[in-house]
Design a protein around this ligand. Structure first.
Ligand SMILES: Nc1ncnc2c1ncn2[C@@H]1O[C@H](COP(=O)(O)OP(=O)(O)O)[C@@H](O)[C@H]1O
Ligand SMILES: [Mg+2]
Length: 173
């Protein structure tokens, strides 16, 4: 799942999980349960690495998985597409765009009706995050060939191990 907060990722991910009998991994749920904080000093990256590791184990034994991560960066998406392919699993990038006014209304509504599922988000944060977000293009959404890893990186496996520290090469094997 790709999109900004309030885009509707978790809502869609729940639907996909039912429709495709899939495991759904929503890091916000884990971060709230474990630490009560969305980042917890970098622990989100560590958590996501473990969730990816479990996701790869699941798809290897034939279970569908929905990674409800947000995935703002193209390289993150490329790395995960590569990891899926490395274990022979088809992979879809699902992007939910959301206009700023709709996003603000949804985030505010969610904060009121389901504060235990989310974190306070200031309008200034939403604006800054939108600037950081790298929107997927048609090629990416259509499952086009995975681009080469960034220069200086030996490959997507190495890039992924740097991005998600708990994703070790040994455990992917
Ligand atoms: N397609 C939609 N139309 C209207 N409201 C939606 C839609 N999808 C989600 N919502 C509502 O918007 C809020 C944010 O949705 P959520 O799935 O939590 O977004 P995300 O996981 O991307 O942050 C929730 O209150 C949800 O009920
Ligand atoms: Mg969500």
């Amino acid at each position: 799942m790709v999109g900004l907060p309030g885009a509707g990722k978790t809502t869609r991910a729940r639907q996909l999980a039912v429709a495709h009998r899939a495991l759904r991994f929503t890091p916000d749920e884990w971060m709230i349960a474990l630490f009560g904080d969305p980042e917890a000093g970098g622990r989100r990256d560590v958590l996501e690495g473990r969730l990816i590791t479990v996701a790869l184990q699941a798809v290897r034994v034939g279970t569908n998985v929905v990674l409800d991560f947000g995935l703002w960066g193209r390289d993150e998406r490329s790395a995960l597409r590569w990891l899926a392919a490395s274990v022979g699993a088809p992979c879809r990038v699902i992007y939910l765009p959301v206009a700023p006014d709709v996003q603000r209304a949804r985030v505010a509504h969610r904060q009121v009706v389901a504060p235990h599922t989310t974190f306070p988000m200031a309008d200034a944060d939403l604006d800054a995050w939108r600037c950081q977000f790298q929107e997927p293009d048609a090629a990416e959404l259509g499952g086009a060939a995975i681009p080469a890893p960034p220069s200086g990186s030996a490959g997507w496996a190495q890039w992924a191990a740097g991005r998600w520290p708990s994703l070790s090469a040994g455990e992917r094997a």
